[in-house]
Ligand binder design. Structure first.
Ligand code: IMP
Ligand code: MG
Length: 181
């Protein structure tokens, strides 16, 4: 548990992407989605918890009608170490077969979460399925997976903010920063 702001902020290293940079990238992504999905039933599926901030900004940058849905997947159990197993802890409530689906995720790290979630959703026969990720750490990949769109590519560093956590903290930072003990 982190008890005060000084301790909280002492783990924050350099800011990789400012609030303004993120805002501009999300707005551009929303415009691309709006152009591509005009006239199509669109469902944005966010993977909780990490993608909740990205989804909330992205859906407001989308100007065409769309619905949102939520799933929860867990792959990081403690600290910064992945245990290599993905658990779907909450599933979507809606039938996706009549929708063009975009999975909205915070980061592609080992690739396991998105590979598993994409495989699962594909079986439900959506009209189409794409993946947009805020961040990508290609150096960390252990399974073959590429998102259709990535907003920022980063080196193998643990980052927090804008939805991404360390031990459930830092999701509320409006920027993305490198984390260090
Ligand atoms: P995967 O390893 O690609 O399955 O990624 C699983 C999850 O790990 C992501 O959805 C994030 O929630 C989390 N994750 C991966 N890298 C980071 C990071 O640098 N900071 C915070 N969370 C991360
Ligand atoms: Mg996540």
């Amino acid at each position: 548990m982190i008890h005060n702001t000084e301790e909280f902020m002492s783990r924050i290293r350099n800011v990789l992407f400012t609030e303004e940079e993120i805002k501009a990238a999300v707005k551009a992504a929303g415009q691309r989605i709006s152009a591509e999905y005009e006239g199509k039933p669109l469902l944005l599926v966010s993977i909780l918890k990490g993608a909740f901030v990205f989804l909330s900004d992205l859906c407001r940058a989308v100007t065409v009608p769309c619905e949102v849905g939520f799933m929860a997947a867990k792959s990081y159990y403690e600290g910064t170490q992945s245990v290599g197993e993905v658990q779907i802890t909450m599933d979507l409530k809606q039938d996706i077969s009549g929708y063009h689906v975009i999975i909205v995720e915070d980061i592609v790290d080992t690739g396991r979460t998105l590979r598993d979630v994409a495989e699962l959703l594909k079986k439900r026969k959506p009209l189409s399925l794409k993946v947009i990720a805020l961040l990508d750490k290609p150096d960390r990949r252990v399974v073959e997976f590429e998102a259709d769109e990535v907003l920022f590519t980063i080196p193998d560093k643990f980052v927090v903010g804008y939805g991404l956590d360390c031990g459930e903290y830092y999701r509320n930072l409006p920027y993305i920063a490198e984390y260090g003990e």
